[in-house]
Design a protein around this ligand. Structure first.
Ligand code: SAM
Length: 272
């Protein structure tokens, strides 16, 4: 059982009786911050979609490569990461602060289990800063007006908005598009959008796994490559565009992965 402090959500708030995406993801990545309902859902998903663990690992590694690329090659020092997930080493702030210890990060998730474990996200270097906001992607204005965001990030300087494996939890296409645009709107020229999500046309063929998520109460929707690409409309996509995440500027580990094992596509684009 994860630890909870007095000021943190009680297990009643955590709804440990039903599966939650953050905890299913944690379990599939080999983490310990999950409950029986999450493990049961995860095992059922893996039974019909044996590629799932590899896909999630590839997805997490995509985050690491993207963050390093933005920090090293584009000098990005500010990150807004929504749908952070449970802490999994290395976390985004660890990646970018290893490039520049002054980097500042705001993490956002709507699952109280992430709040319980947020301490591990707040281990910023003394020169930099990391903050955690409990908020919902479906309410971008609440995120954009949060005092913690403005105390941490300077909206006059480029920011990388990271929406990594989270937009599929906003099933309505119009709403998902509006949210991404709203979040990019106040960010200055030279900011970036990094986005990854489930591609229903991918070689892994995720439709049964998505159905299983929904049966367990985790509402999730995959999208076509064209739909995923349209999240970047008006922005300048970096090479190699929107691809299966293991094909995005792959390292040695990513190069070994077979296409049939990955259902997540992603890309990174610059705001002109
Ligand atoms: C699959 S994990 C992704 C973790 C991390 N971004 C990564 O790529 O490794 C998805 C996370 O999104 C969070 N999430 C789902 N719906 C959300 C919403 N509407 N608002 C904020 N976070 C959400 C879940 O709680 C979970 O922690």
């Amino acid at each position: 059982m994860p630890d909870t402090a007095d000021s943190e959500p009680r297990s009643a708030d955590l709804r440990t009786d039903v599966a939650h995406s953050a905890r299913v993801y944690d379990y599939l990545l080999g983490g310990k911050d999950n409950y029986a309902a999450d493990r049961e859902a995860a095992e059922e998903i893996v039974k019909i979609a044996p590629y799932m663990r590899t896909s999630m690992r590839a997805s997490r590694n995509f985050m690491v490569r993207v963050a390093r690329h933005l920090a090293v090659d584009h000098g990005i020092r500010q990150y807004l990461d929504i749908g952070t997930g449970l802490p999994t080493s290395p976390n985004l702030h660890e990646v970018v602060q290893s490039v520049d210890p002054t980097a500042r990060i705001v993490y956002v998730d709507n699952d109280p289990i992430v709040l319980v474990h947020a301490r591990a996200l707040l281990t910023s270097t003394p020169q930099g800063r990391s903050r955690y906001i409990q908020a919902d992607l479906a309410e971008p204005d609440a995120i954009l007006t949060a005092p913690e965001l403005h105390e941490t990030l300077n909206l006059g300087e480029p920011i990388a908005l990271c929406l990594l494996t989270v937009i599929h939890f906003i099933p309505d296409d119009g709403e998902a598009q509006r949210i991404v645009r709203r979040l990019m709107e106040p960010l200055p020229s030279g900011s970036f959008l990094a986005l990854s999500t489930i591609n229903i046309e991918s070689a892994a063929n995720p439709s049964r796994a998505l159905k299983k998520h929904n049966e367990h109460g985790i509402r999730a929707k995959g999208r076509t490559k064209a739909q995923i690409t349209s999240f970047f409309d008006g922005l300048e996509l970096l090479e190699p565009g929107v691809t299966a995440v293991h094909h995005w500027r792959p390292d040695e580990e990513a190069r070994k992965i077979d296409d049939s094992q990955v259902s997540v596509y992603g890309g990174v684009a610059r705001k002109p």
